[in-house]
Design a protein around this ligand. Structure first.
Ligand SMILES: Nc1ncnc2c1ncn2[C@@H]1O[C@H](COP(=O)(O)OP(=O)(O)OP(=O)(O)O)[C@@H](O)[C@H]1O
Length: 121
């Protein structure tokens, strides 16, 4: 295996992540939300399985946002002017983000609410 090629791939991927942090407000919001969820998870106390679910949800949200940002750029490159298919491509990608965000919120509530209920009452 060519280790220099592997290191370069990591560097390019890191550039992509840094670029999306700088340019996408949605991504910064999800980053902040992830920090809040991690703090809540530490203070609430989760099982190993619950931690795995939370980590997968957080990383999944970042992945979907990165793919959405990537699709937006490809669409802007291919169709700078208005086109119905460009609209559909961007709206479909945004729809994917919305579905994942709703799913994450629901799963998060299923994990946290019974624990907080147990602490409060
Ligand atoms: N070339 C285009 N042709 C047709 N409709 C478009 C085009 N570009 C954007 N749109 C429509 O405008 C909406 C917003 O597009 P925009 O590029 O501003 O993305 P966004 O979702 O606001 O992302 P961000 O603000 O993160 O860049 C899209 O969801 C789509 O409905």
């Amino acid at each position: 295996m060519d280790s220099r090629k592997l290191i370069k791939s990591f560097i390019y991927a890191s550039h992509g992540i840094l670029h999306v942090i700088k340019s996408e407000q949605n991504f910064r919001f999800h980053l902040l939300a992830a920090i809040v969820v991690i703090i809540a998870s530490i203070t609430t106390g989760l099982s190993k399985t619950e931690w795995i679910i939370i980590i997968m949800l957080i990383c999944g949200m970042f992945m979907v946002e990165l793919l959405n940002a990537s699709i937006e750029r490809v669409v802007d490159l291919a169709s700078p002017d208005y086109h119905e298919l460009a609209l559909q491509a961007k709206d479909l990608a945004a729809g994917a983000c919305l579905i994942y965000a709703i799913c994450s919120a629901v799963v998060g509530l299923i994990i946290f609410i019974p624990k907080w209920w147990g602490i409060l009452f």
